[in-house]
Design a binder for this molecule. Structure first.
Ligand code: SF4
Length: 323
């Protein structure tokens, strides 16, 4: 980058002009709220997060209320966002905060449960103006294109090198806005497919654009852990109650049973796809008849469903009969 100061100024001016009005960006800046938003936004789209964020903050407005809440209550407010360890870690971290006060030093923030380099840098820079570069997937993509760097961004070595580059690009006088500007650029302009380079504020600084290779970058070597999984979800009803079992994958949650043997099948209701980390599920949903309650399962009155944390696969399956 020939003129770093000019690059930073163009990016910041653009961001301050076009940034989206999101609930966690509204003043006054509150580290607790920024932290909750950053954790919810991991692996989840902004539009999905907004209603969850508002409900969660209405119920748990500060670290003390979150620390004191029953875990079931926290999970119920998270149900549907997935990756439930995030919710458990939020509560663990709230318990770790002395006097219910969110810490203000980077190392103390980084030491909280569930907080990695990215989240610590995002909260420290946005809430406290500390000079740490936040490097998420959007930022990795922008850097790969700006620098026309064809290294595999799934590799820890590349990530570490890109993190150093992000720290060099960072505007230490405006770290919070600069980090958000890089992420906003990746989310709205320098998108994974077909970036809108003609609207990009830093197009003149972009080596990928100059070479016409922006669409081929970044390079990601396919993860061989990705697996296709096929399951059959059972909906069995009796006197307005549904057959459920404690979730086999998410502690504290309940689910419709799947792949149960010895069930009389009455009707095929449909199917849907669902992705959990490296597993791509195809879920067939059937209505079944159960002569006797299988071991480890419960008949749960439909009226109680709203108060139980249910897995997302179960919710999606129930939508097929509630349509
Ligand atoms: Fe991304 Fe295009 Fe901007 Fe380069 S010019 S940073 S590829 S949007």
């Amino acid at each position: 980058m020939d003129d770093l100061a000019a690059f930073r100024a163009k990016l910041l001016a653009w961001y301050r002009n076009v940034r989206r009005d999101l609930p966690w960006r509204r003043t006054p800046i509150d580290p607790y709220r920024i932290w909750i938003s950053e954790i919810m936004l991991q692996q989840t789209r902004v539009a999905t997060v907004i209603p969850y964020y508002e409900r969660f903050l209405a119920r748990f407005p500060n670290p003390s209320t979150l620390a004191a809440a029953p875990e079931q209550d926290v999970l119920a407010h998270w149900a549907g966002l997935g990756y439930y360890s995030r919710a458990r870690n939020l509560q663990k971290a709230a318990v770790q905060m002395p006097g219910g006060v969110f810490p203000c030093a980077y190392d103390e923030i980084r030491a909280l449960a569930g907080i990695g380099d990215y989240t610590a840098a995002a909260v420290a820079s946005i809430a406290y103006g500390l000079p740490y570069a936040a490097v998420d997937g959007n930022v990795l993509r922008v850097i790969a294109r700006l620098c026309k760097d064809a290294s595999d961004i799934k590799s820890p070595k590349t990530r570490a090198r890109f993190a150093t580059m992000a720290a060099e690009l960072l505007d230490v006088a405006n770290p919070g806005d600069f980090n958000q500007a890089m992420m906003e650029l990746g989310a709205t302009v320098c998108t994974p497919k077909n970036p809108t380079c003609l609207l990009c504020p830093v197009r003149e600084d972009c080596n990928g654009f100059a070479a016409g290779t922006q669409n081929q970058l970044p390079i990601k070597i396919r993860d061989t852990r990705q697996k296709d999984v096929h399951i059959t979800v059972l909906i069995a009803e009796r006197e307005n109650a549904l057959l459920l079992r404690p979730s086999q994958q998410i502690a504290g949650f309940w689910e419709l049973p799947f792949d149960v043997e010895g069930i009389g099948l009455a009707e095929r209701l449909g199917s849907f796809a669902h992705q959990i980390t490296f597993h791509k599920y195809t879920c067939d949903v059937v209505r079944g008849v159960v002569a006797r309650k299988p071991k480890g399962m419960e008949w749960v009155a439909r009226a109680r469903l709203a108060e139980l944390p249910l897995t997302t696969i179960s919710k999606k399956a129930l939508r097929l009969i509630d349509r």
